[in-house]
Design a protein around this ligand. Structure first.
Ligand code: ZN
Length: 97
């Protein structure tokens, strides 16, 4: 369950980001992209930005996505967890050997 304070924090963060003009490709409460409506987050633009902002630090990116995965699983209780894992995590390119 997501408590009222977490909900408030999320609302406040979104409002701050929107005021700063950077809330572009963030997930909404149903884990669709806020900008690309009805496109599951991360959309292709969000994926590009995430890969760029985390550089080669795959572990940090996976940790970040792990947090989103936890939230998405809570946000989408009627969606099969495997589909959510695919959406949130499995788009990350595999490590090159
Ligand atoms: Zn988007």
């Amino acid at each position: 369950m997501i408590g009222p304070s977490a909900r408030w924090e999320r609302f406040a963060a979104r409002r701050r980001a929107r005021a700063a003009g950077v809330a572009e490709h963030e997930p909404d409460e149903r884990y669709n992209c806020q900008k690309c409506e009805y496109t599951p987050w991360p959309c292709s633009e969000a994926r590009t930005r995430l890969l760029k902002s985390f550089g080669g630090d795959r572990m940090a990116l996976m940790t970040y996505l792990g947090v989103h995965l936890t939230r998405a699983l809570q946000a989408l209780p009627d969606t099969h967890p495997a589909l959510i894992v695919g959406q949130i995590v499995h788009w990350v390119p595999r490590r090159r050997h």
